[in-house]
Design a protein. Sequence first.
Length: 329
Amino acid sequence: MSTYEPQIIRQQCVEQNQNLLEQASATLKAKGCTVYLAKDTTETTAIIQQLCTAEQKALCTFAPELEEINLQQIVPQAVQTDLEAVVAEGLQKPYVNPRRAPLDDATPEQITGILHQYLNEPAEESNLLAAVSRQIKVSADKSDWGITGLDGIAADTGTIILAEDQGNGRLVSNIPTRHLAIAGLEKLYPSNDTALESIHAAWKNGGRQDAPVYYSYITGPSRTGDIEGAMVCGMHGPLAVHVILLDNGRSTLLAQNKGQVLKCIECGKCTAALQQLTDGQDTPAPLTCKSLALANLKTPFQIADEQWSACSFQCPVGIRTEDLQNAMQ
Ligand code: SF4
């Protein structure tokens, strides 16, 4: 078995979470990021509202952590740039998982209608996507804040990794004056290599495409010494990078020996099984073992024994039904 087997990496990430947290906090700060450790959504809300005031403009992407804290309620002016999330919201459907083609059943007419509503101005049908893309770029130019999740933090270098297929994460993290990235504690990895191995596994197992299209590696705020050797910040990217490391129940799961679910890489492979397990109940988006266990800490789900006995899924990082069952107790 390779040293970089995702299952082994994720086990190490969970077991070494406290060490990785200390290391990543130090390296992120050394690279010029401002780092916050948020205990819960109340603390996260206070941090975000102190940074991004109601008068400031903001853009955001879709990310599990942003759903978890309900970013749209905290920063209602934040413009969603993930067009699939926009369409899912227009259809009043949960955004199941970006890596599993969540909009398979949306008709072209529905998508077109929602994108016309998203646009602030009329556009020809043939020019619709270009007009939407232009509008997002113009909004980015005028925005004070770009708010994203992230796919991994390499603790050894303090590098943030964003992986995506639309390019909006790159735009949101680069163009606005300040970047705010929010990550669950389980997104901490020992190194770039280990993070990439897990990110690849997530896309491969998501079933939509084998790998993301865009990677962004962000190591502190943008800076350059190109002109007369003088260091200038904010030339090719944000002037400031703020990182919120979100606990919100994760350390409780770890302390109670329920941390196996935090190995989850959000591939979405188990989503259908979990939908059956929680049939009719209000589930988090995207629905994964991890998101379900975290949501269960706040409002316990009602799952009958026969539903558990019928539940099974093949998780690429080795989370078993028993691990989820243990985390939900
Ligand atoms: S728990 Fe589900 S979403 Fe998470 S890695 Fe396993 S199969 Fe994928």
